[in-house]
Design a binder for this molecule. Structure first.
Ligand code: ZN
Ligand code: ZN
Length: 146
């Protein structure tokens, strides 16, 4: 079972315990290095640790609502291409390194706000690049050179 496929937008099989397995040394699983405060807590030192880890899981899984929420908190809806301030539904969360180049299952540092126009332009560029590469392979396989 593939848990993380960087060439896919969504990681269907990925679950919280895959990213943050329970440790057996009494330390929080979130990576904060804090000791678990009591016997009732088996994995997280605090609710905040659990919440942060769950949000991180949603981002890696590709959950659109979570990613848009976080990206808006960081970039406030300003397009990183042309700088325009976008309305709530007028922007896309763009993968800076595209999914087809292995940019899937990424953390927030691979996302940027793009207005619809800039996103369209970037996607069209990427489609052209891909077509060129495919063309080149097709020609090479026939013994042509570009
Ligand atoms: Zn923690
Ligand atoms: Zn723009």
């Amino acid at each position: 079972m593939i848990l993380i496929d960087k060439y896919q937008r969504f990681q269907k099989n990925l679950q919280l315990h895959h990213l943050f397995p329970e440790r057996n040394d009494g330390i929080c699983a979130c990576g904060c290095d804090k000791p678990l405060p009591n016997k009732r807590r088996k994995r997280w030192a605090s609710d905040e640790c659990r919440r942060k880890s769950y949000t991180y899981l949603c981002v890696i899984k590709g959950d659109t609502a979570t990613i848009r929420d976080l990206l808006f908190q960081i970039e406030r809806g300003f397009c990183r291409g042309c700088g325009v301030e976008c309305g709530p539904k007028e922007w896309d969360a763009d993968h800076i390194i595209p999914v087809h180049k292995g940019g899937g299952a990424c953390d927030m540092d691979n996302f940027q706000t793009l207005c619809k126009q800039c996103h369209w332009d970037k996607s069209a560029d990427e489609a052209r690049q891909r077509a060129r590469v495919q063309n080149k392979f097709a020609h090479e396989n026939k013994g042509y050179y570009l």
